[in-house]
Design a protein around this ligand. Structure first.
Ligand code: FES
Length: 112
């Protein structure tokens, strides 16, 4: 897997949002609905809090400070559940292989 960096065992993300630092970049690894792994920058776009200190609720990653929620594409959706496409967290491509999660540090293309 050229250009992919091993982040952690998949099991580490099952317990909740998990912080990993790669090349000085803080990332949060978490599992969306159906156990789909997601990797975001570990900085809330509201006031830069660590999203890894938050929790997963209804398939969304929730920041613990003011409860902004983000869907699996990184878009702000909460707390009222209304998406705001122009407000999003940087998301990175992630793969699962041999019980571990791998990231490529180029940001993922925007999801609609
Ligand atoms: S810092 Fe994340 S919601 Fe305010």
């Amino acid at each position: 897997m050229e250009n992919w960096v091993r982040l952690c065992a998949t099991e580490a993300a099952r317990a909740g949002p998990h912080r990993v630092v790669v090349d000085g970049t803080g990332l949060v690894v978490w599992l969306a609905a159906g156990g789909r792994p997601r990797v975001f920058a570990d900085r809330c776009p509201h006031r830069d809090a660590r999203l890894s200190a938050g929790y997963v609720e209804a398939g969304h990653l929730v920041c613990p400070f003011h409860l902004w929620a983000f869907d699996e594409s990184g878009h702000y959706v909460g707390p009222d559940g209304v998406a705001v496409p122009e407000c999003a967290v940087a998301r990175f491509p992630v793969r699962e292989c041999d019980g571990a999660l791998w990231v490529r540090l180029a940001p993922a293309p925007a999801m609609s």
